[in-house]
Ligand binder design. Sequence first.
Ligand code: SF4
Length: 184
Amino acid sequence: MGIEEKLPAGFLLSTVEQVAGYMRKGSVWPATFGLACCAIEMMAVGTPDYDIARFGMERFSATPRQADLMIVAGRVSQKMAPVVRQVYDQMPEPKWVISMGVCASSGGMFNNYAIVQGVDHIIPVDIFLPGCPPRPQMLLNAILELHKQIQGMKFGVNRVAAARAAEAAALEATPTHAMKGLLA
Ligand code: SF4
């Protein structure tokens, strides 16, 4: 990223992380972006009933260069995949992605060659939101979870340590082939 990567470890870095996290989570601007029926529910969060403006997020950017949140609302066709990737690449760092609905997250009921079987095949995803379609309240809940992630973002040496801890946890996790049902 920038100068925050060069800050020394310790109390100062922790304070900078907390202040930056607080500022960032209060100024997330989504990209204007909708792919299918889930987008209607996404648009609903802008209405007075759900009021996304209370999070300072009512400004959906018409250009990816002024957006830092991509809400993938709907199924991603193979033809659309390069466009989704290009929009993501044009967004400045730091940026986040919510995969909204079962189609965006896994292809959903469209288990065929025309639909990407999970948008995480083409871009990194921070939050997977289940449902067909997820209700606007569920999207608001996903946004609140994303706020927690943004608030907890690490910089510099702390980021390196967090990445190592995540990798170690992934290596310790039970492999999928060894799992026995949902409770294993
Ligand atoms: S999850 Fe359901 S509502 Fe969302 S895009 Fe797929 S079919 Fe449409």
